[in-house]
Structure formats: C-alpha cells, structure tokens
Ligand binder design. Sequence first.
Ligand code: FES
Length: 80
Amino acid sequence: MKITVCIGSSCYLKGSKSVIKELQRLLEENNLQNQVELCGAFCMGRCTEGVCVTVGENLFSLRPDNTQDFFESEIQKNFL
Ligand code: FES
C-alpha cells in the first residue's frame, strides 16, 4: 500500500510537511512502516483541495489536524 503526499508549493504552505510527519508517527506507532510506503509528489493539479494525498486512485484532502482521522478510517482498517 502506498500513500502519496503532495509537496507542491500550495500544499506545502498548507502543511504537507506536518501531514507527512504525522503519517510517519502513526505508521511507526502502529508498526506499519514496512507495509505502507510513504511518498512525496509534486503538484497534483488540485491545489485548492490541498494538502492533497492519494491512496491508489483515491484523492483525499488533508490538514495536519485531520490526518489522524484519515489514517484511522482509510489506512488502519486495511490491516485490522
Ligand atoms: S501543490 Fe498540491 S496539488 Fe498543487
């Protein structure tokens, strides 16, 4: 499984660095760092929806403060 976080300038300004840090923390805490690949990507063309994050074909609009909810509902459920 792969999570791609946009690090283009608009998403960066909206906190993509914090989103990545938070995802790294959550992956480590749940021992999923070997099963989930975390990648960065440049502008995904949806700047108004940033921080843009994709999982497979699905695009999510995250903020640092809703990253944990995203993780619990979209990532963790695949490994329960
Ligand atoms: S900078 Fe993230 S979608 Fe454009």
